[in-house]
Design a protein around this ligand. Structure first.
Ligand code: AMP
Length: 455
């Protein structure tokens, strides 16, 4: 059995029976892209890839409802690489041909690194533009010419205003994590950017949720899109083993340290509500001999990136993060998520625990709940339409959680669970897919994306 670089094995990908595209080989992608995918051991497309790539290669607009971890990056990256490779054009100074807009620097960096991986033999120029760092290198890269630009909204607008970036020749526009963009208050920036896009273009739109404001935004951007919905939020949590521990506030740290004694916790993200608490937890973990770092909005971009890299390379076992800092983090092999503090927003719970159990892998999410947090837990259970099981026997040091039967330490006294609401009926699962045609665009030469015809 082959595995990709992150250890995901192809046979564990979900919903394979629903998909039409069975292998990447069927797509007839350019050889250099096929070679890169083969080296990554990508053989079988994930459901979002199977359902969007053929249509996107045909030039259709796409509305994709999918979370990070489903393979959505390749779902938009491969059609972009395929198109630009066939165009066989020199990169244009200050005028990108494809723009991918992401809500956070971390996500932009990850997308850039995926493009680099999939496109490493394709000879296309790509660059990143995001805030929190000097703009000198970004300006230089734009001046040298790029095919593909991945950007966050604020810095992109800055550079557009300075005349360093001009979108008038854009052919493909990707909006990634549209829901987070809205959460983070980027709508006014987005509108300004969208007003500069040429009418004739292809747009690919991805969001983890399809709330009415997201659908409204999608309508302004997309022209006769195919719509694909692979991971309704309440289903993605099914892959994750969840449990709640009722603890006193003063016992949280000891309980966390006990959990981390379990060798099964190979790589964990611990969520706190505040930056101060993130620092405190990381410092105390350090004193207890656990290699960890805190990431939050008060840390410099460099410090955050350093911590992420160290975590990725397993130099750190634990990352203590606030919600904002953790947005868009995609790190393979996160075995556990610990909600040291429950989030106020139930949706954040789903985003947080989605950091584990990526792309078919198993994950464990443990949430601490104090007597003050009970209404938050109830709201979460309502959203995910299930009760989070209470495990009074957990945590057990140095044993696997599911097989352990030792008593909890005095540091993790249990409280009675709160009154729970009955779960509502399960939502139907996704997998919609319409109007897909397998006709391929003509090969090389200046044909522009032909779907929109709005210009
Ligand atoms: P994404 O949702 O794009 O962040 O992808 C999640 C993870 O799945 C990344 O580590 C990708 O490298 C991996 N991945 C994406 N597509 C495939 C595929 N078809 N086969 C194997 N691994 C994949």
């Amino acid at each position: 059995m082959q595995t990709n670089r992150g250890g995901l094995n192809s046979s564990s990908l979900p919903f394979l029976e629903e998909i039409l595209l069975k292998t990447f080989a069927e797509l007839d992608l350019p050889k250099p892209i096929q070679r890169a995918l083969a080296e990554e051991n990508y053989e079988i497309p994930t459901p979002i890839q199977a359902q969007t790539i053929p249509a996107a290669i045909d030039g259709r607009d796409v509305l994709g409802c999918a979370q990070t971890g489903t393979g959505k990056t390749a779902a938009f990256a491969l059609p972009i690489l395929d198109y630009l490779y066939h165009q066989n054009r020199k990169p244009r100074k200050n005028h990108p041909s494809a723009l991918i807009l992401a809500p956070t620097r971390e996500l932009a960096i990850q997308i850039g690194s995926s493009l680099k991986t999939y496109g490493r033999y394709a000879g296309l120029k790509q660059t990143l533009v995001y805030g929190g760092v000097g703009q000198g290198n970004q300006v230089k890269a734009m001046d040298q010419g790029v095919h593909i630009l991945t950007a966050t909204p604020g810095r992109l607008l800055d550079l557009m205003n300075q005349g360093v970036i001009n979108l008038s020749q854009l052919e493909i526009f990707v909006l990634d994590e549209a829901d987070r963009m809205m959460d983070m208050g980027f709508l006014p920036d987005l509108k300004r950017i969208i007003s500069q896009l040429p009418q004739r273009r292809q747009s690919l739109f991805f969001s983890a949720t399809l709330a009415p404001n997201i659908v409204q935004l999608a309508k302004t951007l997309l022209h006769k899109p195919i719509s694909v919905n692979v991971t309704p939020e309440s289903r993605s949590v099914d892959r994750i083993q969840q449990r709640v521990l009722f603890v006193e506030k003063s016992d949280k740290q000891k309980t966390l340290e006990l959990i981390l004694q379990d060798g099964a916790v190979e790589r964990a993200i611990v969520f706190t509500r505040t930056k101060r608490m993130a620092n405190m937890v990381a410092t105390r973990l350090g004193r207890a001999g656990v290699k960890s770092a805190a990431i939050h909005g008060n840390k410099s971009q460099n410090a955050r990136q350093r911590a992420l890299d160290a975590f990725r390379k397993s130099h750190l076992r634990v990352l203590v993060a606030t919600d904002v800092a953790a947005r868009g983090i995609d790190i393979d092999g996160v075995t556990h998520v610990v909600n040291y503090d429950l989030p106020n927003e139930p949706e954040s719970y789903v985003h947080r625990i989605g950091r584990t159990g990526r792309a078919g892998a198993d994950g464990v999410a443990i949430s601490f709940c104090t007597s003050d947090d009970r209404s938050d837990l109830i709201a979460i259970e309502k959203l995910i339409e299930q009760n989070v099981p209470v495990d009074p026997e957990y945590p057990m040091p140095a044993r696997s959680a599911s097989t352990s039967n030792r008593k909890p330490s005095s540091g993790s006294r249990r409280r009675r669970p709160p009154q729970r609401s009955a779960p509502r009926g399960a939502k139907p699962s996704g997998g919609t897919n319409s109007g897909r045609s397998r006709q391929r665009r003509g090969g090389s030469g200046g044909s522009s994306r032909s779907n929109s015809g709005r210009g």
